[in-house]
Design a protein around this ligand. Structure first.
Ligand SMILES: [Zn+2]
Length: 140
């Protein structure tokens, strides 16, 4: 007797097993340290100089989405994830992602496009200054 679970086997996995593991991301604390050391302590978003302790590395493709610890995936910004420009990038506030997009190097753009595609880049780091988040519905 067979029990029908109602679940069709997934494509490519004959027994309906789990999805294949995502590709391992490159983890390289040395690359991060080197980038920090070789970068001028000037925020790539607001363009202001900051003391080094106030700076942090933003992963352009987030680590949670497979973004690697490679120089082309790093942006040097002030704040630390929830503060400063880093905080604005993470929460998509104040056009921070638009401003970062404007100063991305060709190597950074190439990395992101190779990793996630042009559509992902345009969605997460818009080229237009209109807004980098969904428009707020106006009641007027
Ligand atoms: Zn800044």
């Amino acid at each position: 007797m067979t029990v029908d679970s109602g679940l069709a086997p997934r494509e490519g996995t004959p027994y309906g097993g789990p999805d294949p593991k995502p590709e391992k991301r490159i983890v390289d604390v040395v690359a991060m340290r080197r980038f920090r050391k070789n970068s001028a302590p000037v925020c790539q978003v607001c363009g202001k100089p900051w003391p080094r302790y106030a700076m942090s590395i933003h992963h352009i493709v987030p680590r949670s989405q497979g973004g690697d610890d490679v120089e082309a995936n790093f942006a040097y910004v002030d704040g630390h994830g929830s503060s400063g420009c880093h905080g604005c990038l993470e929460s998509r506030r104040n056009g921070a992602r638009f401003r970062l997009r404007q100063v991305l190097s060709q190597a950074q753009v190439d990395y992101v496009v190779a990793k996630k595609g042009q559509a992902w880049l345009d969605r997460h780091y818009p080229v237009s200054a209109v807004s980098d988040r969904s428009p707020v519905k106006s009641s007027a």
